[in-house]
Design a binder for this molecule. Sequence first.
Ligand code: EPZ
Length: 418
Amino acid sequence: MERLVINGKRKLSGEVKIHGAKNAALPILCACVLCDEKVVLHNCPKLSDIKNTIEILKYLGCEVTREEDTVEVVNKGYLKDSIPKDLMNKMRSSIIFLGPLTAKLGKANLCLPGGCELGPRPIDIHLKSFEKLNVNVVKQSGKIACSTEKIKGTSINLPFPSVGATENIMLLTALGNSKTLIHNAAREPEIIELQNFLNKCGANISGAGENCIVINGVKKLHGCTHSILPDRIEASTYMSFAAATGSTISIKNICNEHIEPVVFAFREAGCEMLFGENELKIIAPKRLNRIMHIKTLVYPGFPTDSGMPIIAMSCVAKGTTIFEETIFQNRYNATLGLNKMGANIKIYDRIAVVEGVKELYGADVEATDLRGGAALVCASLAANGITKITQLQHIDRGYENIEYNLSVLGADIKREKD
Ligand code: EPZ
């Protein structure tokens, strides 16, 4: 087992380059199942979720190679139609293989992805949509079997703008000769990115980023070369690191527009942000003001994944921040560790009341989920003394080289054997 050892209360300075977005790369890798020619993906982050997805592509029969941040996928034309439990269970977003495999092979057999630390992660919206598109879905003893003679395009109204369901429907209907409309589609930047990638491969999709996405199925998809867009959540996490330590840092390789939904929070906290060409300089005050109220919403609202690191920085602000989570059930797992470090956070169902304290102090804590782990790192940078963080597998799912990046910014942080 490994752990991070952080000696806090050091100012950060310098610059950090943001990696390609995990939540864009994952559905794009699943989409490679649909492509008959080579796909070259640049700016593909080195993360365990990506590694697991590549393992699944290889198991299915694709040839996948990685050279630094470039991943090449060649679909050899004979794909398996099932994914074994051990590969499925490593990462719940493997459910996004359901659409492309069913589209390509007319059938797919996966096991139900478990819930995760954030709570039950149902896929009812995915499956009900598939049935409307003439897919026969059988759920039995933890497995899902999908089969169809032919996808029949139709108009789908999502009860909730689910990111995963939107992606799965796009991948199910990209091939074929029918037209599908997705109303109340998710509007996250990663959805637009998936549309752009698929259209580069010859698909005919429009409307991503708006309420209704129109997919006209095409006969085949060739390959393409594509560079993954920057990770807006990694960017907001590093903004929280700077804010929590009263630092000034530059964050490079961002998409300014995608940072917009969190800017109000950092501004209210007293941070100044100077935007340049795909970069941002954040200047944090010595001590943050409290942020009155943050409510997470689907895009373009405040993103749920940016929440926990902002809660962590609010632990040392002047005053009380009210944080309201509307997307996931258990977003606040890291509260235990934060309070162990001297924070004063009280949870009332989906509301977190964060009363700012003068000082946090180092402690031995455990990461419980991806963004909760990032919150513990954030708090440890601001804390007085040594913090040891274990269960790093959660953090490594979404943050490439976090200790290297923070060391370059001047943090006293080491990864060592636990
Ligand atoms: C994606 O998860 C992201 N994951 C999440 O990022 C992100 O937090 C989430 O979108 C919201 O933006 C990836 O892209 C790999 P949803 P996803 O379907 O697709 C309910 C991270 O930290 N729901 O929009 O699973 C569901 O229970 C991860 O990087 C149903 O009820 O999100 C949840 O409450 C965490 N039925 C809500 O919708 C369904 O069929 C949001 O889910 C599907 C979803």
